[in-house]
Unconditional design. Structure first.
Length: 316
């Protein structure tokens, strides 16, 4: 059952203790980069005596590959990375995202936006700002009204526009990353008012992940460093919605031969887990990337024994 957003404010209703998660998008099977993130988050949960959850982030349905979620589950299981609760799918949690959107609307923090990427790029260019390729454009506030208001349910659900959250004038987010240390992000200068619901009706990752982490009582988020730039936005939403902010640890990225992050977009090769030997080899590569050294390596050690040794070595 989807919990009402208001109930998430009550800490007594949330699970206690360490709760981590791995949240892959089913756009293809796991590759070396995603396995490193999965292993790091699993080891962190094990080392802290916590629970490790698996969430399938299938919110962006046009990009999802049929059957990829099953492939991911099989790959994780073959590597001995077992989750502690039933798997959740974002596509089945729409009510929670809608409740959060309505809460933000009641606070008069939303407004509709009809800007295309080209319009945003042209506006920035007129201001002398040229965004490098593969970098996110800072929204210049083109559609932001002079006075914010709340909208009717019909307007919120029927408007064929994207819905952005209006940032306060000074929106500086600071937090302590467990791996990278003190972090700071000025959302006004580096992001601008960001989208929570797209013009095609799909909720964005920024809103969904914040709601999901709150609903599941996630206390620690261990993920790739490519998601570091999203953290400020997510902490801002947590603050506005009165959710607890988890602890964050961002892991080093696995790069390809050109120095770019491994991803499905760059045609990263899937990990091979058809046999124990293959799964073990993939785990060893992931552990080496995470900085784990001197782990047992031999034909007679099982994956479970190896994972136990890796857990002991994690964070030392």
């Amino acid at each position: 059952m989807i919990l009402a957003v208001s109930k998430l404010k009550n800490p007594s209703s949330q699970p206690v203790g360490y709760r981590g998660r791995f949240a892959p998008s089913p756009t293809g099977p796991l590759h070396a980069g995603s396995l490193a993130a999965a292993l790091g988050s699993w080891l962190d949960a094990q080392k802290n005596g916590g629970q490790w959850l698996l969430r399938i982030e299938d919110l962006d349905t046009p990009r999802c590959v049929p059957g990829a979620d099953q492939q991911i589950q099989g790959q994780l299981a073959a590597c001995g990375l077992h989750w502690d609760e039933e798997i959740t799918w974002q596509s089945r949690r729409q009510e929670g995202y809608q409740a959060a959107l309505e809460r933000l609307n009641s606070l008069q923090l939303l407004y509709p936006c009809t800007c295309s990427r080209q319009i945003i790029a042209n506006t920035l260019a007129q201001q002398g700002i040229n965004t490098p390729r593969n970098q996110e454009m800072v929204y210049p506030g083109t559609c932001r009204p002079e006075k914010l208001t709340s909208y009717t349910t019909d307007e919120l659900n029927g408007n064929k526009a994207a819905w952005r959250i209006a940032l306060p004038q000074h929106s500086e987010i600071t937090f302590e990353d467990l791996a990278l240390g003190a972090q700071q992000q000025n959302l006004n200068q580096q992001v601008g008012d960001f989208v929570l619901k797209r013009s095609d009706g799909l909720f964005t990752y920024q809103l969904a992940v914040v709601v999901d982490d709150a609903l599941q009582g996630i206390t620690h988020i261990v993920r790739g460093e490519d998601l570091l730039s999203n953290t400020g936005r997510q902490i801002h939403l947590q603050n506005v919605l009165e959710f607890k902010t988890p602890h964050y640890r961002h892991l080093p990225l696995v790069l390809d031969e050109y120095g770019e992050k491994l991803s499905k977009q760059t045609l990263a090769t899937q990990i091979q887990t058809q046999t124990d030997a293959q799964a073990h080899a993939e785990l060893r590569k992931a552990a080496k990337h995470l900085g784990l050294r001197d782990l047992p390596d031999g034909e007679n050690i099982t994956i479970a024994e190896w994972l136990h040794a890796a857990t002991q070595a994690w964070g030392t």
